[in-house]
Design a protein around this ligand. Structure first.
Ligand code: SF4
Ligand code: FES
Length: 267
């Protein structure tokens, strides 16, 4: 790695009424440097007007998504050395409106997330909300991976369907439908299926798989969407076939014969 890296940064300020442009910065490289470190260096030493988002600096808050050399990344979670080049081009996340420089408007992401009722729906939770609702490890395993979403929106920036259909619910919201529908404490799957079984819902996914490639938390929205398609078709046919990720099925096969089995979930 060279001692300095060249960073080309997208600039746009709606108040200036000027066309977007790119600014070029030279940033001293240091071992372990992240994209967010580059941005902070530019802001503190070269151009204090640069706008970008960040908060936790540890891949938790999901606020620092940017396009790095054409691909969506969390800036704090991506080291420059991973990219194999000392030339970086930073743009705002694709498929969102730009507010300023690298800051995009994430309102559509949060609105679509809200539309799919991303919370437990259960009469027991309202009538008796103070008691504990225990789950077996296998019941937890059915949705755990999908609960790691930090709502960074990278999957939407990578999705070719989101690029052409602004109303598409998108991989983030659809993965959360699967997460809650698979939860043994929840009875809201029919409500959520009504939201996603629409022209701009589940069936607009063409399985490009880009969402899962870029997800920094290993959520695998593409897997969730395919399993959701299966469960929705099952609901049309009135089937109550078990609908579990292959990982869980394998675990159940390997478990001792006398191990407690999770109850079957209906679609
Ligand atoms: S599914 Fe992954 S990429 Fe999409 S918003 Fe959640 S954490 Fe980010
Ligand atoms: S700053 Fe929170 S995820 Fe990057």
């Amino acid at each position: 790695m060279a001692s300095d890296i060249r960073v080309r940064v997208f600039r746009f300020n709606p108040e200036e009424k000027a066309e977007p442009r790119f600014d070029l910065f030279s940033v001293p490289y240091s071992k372990g440097m992240t994209i967010l470190d580059c941005l902070i260096y530019i802001k503190e030493h070269l151009d204090s007007t640069l706008a970008f988002r960040s908060s936790c600096r540890m891949g938790i808050c999901g606020s620092c998504g940017v396009m790095v050399n054409g691909f969506p990344h969390l800036a704090c979670h991506t080291q420059v050395s991973e990219l194999g080049t000392d030339r970086l081009e930073l743009r705002p996340l694709a498929n969102y409106d730009v507010i300023k420089d690298l800051v995009v408007d994430l309102t559509p992401l949060f609105n679509k997330h809200k539309m799919v009722k991303p919370y437990l729906i259960s009469p027991q939770l309202t009538a008796d909300h103070v008691r504990e609702f225990a789950q077996t490890p296998l019941e937890l395993e059915r949705y755990l991976q999908f609960s790691y979403c930090v709502k960074c929106g990278l999957c939407i920036a990578a999705c070719p369907t989101c690029a052409t259909d602004k109303q598409f619910l998108g991989p983030q919201a659809l993965a959360q439908v699967f997460r809650y529908n698979m939860d043994s404490r929840d009875v809201g799957s029919k409500d959520r299926i009504q939201v996603i079984d629409q022209p701009h819902g589940l069936w607009r996914c063409h399985l490009a798989g880009a969402c899962s490639d870029v997800c920094p938390k290993g959520v695998d929205p593409a897997l969730a969407i395919q399993l959701l398609k299966r469960s929705v078709v099952g609901s049309w046919l009135g089937l109550t076939k078990r609908n579990v990720p292959r990982l869980v099925e394998e675990q159940e096969k390997q478990a001792p014969a006398d191990a407690p089995k999770a109850p079957p979930l209906s679609v």
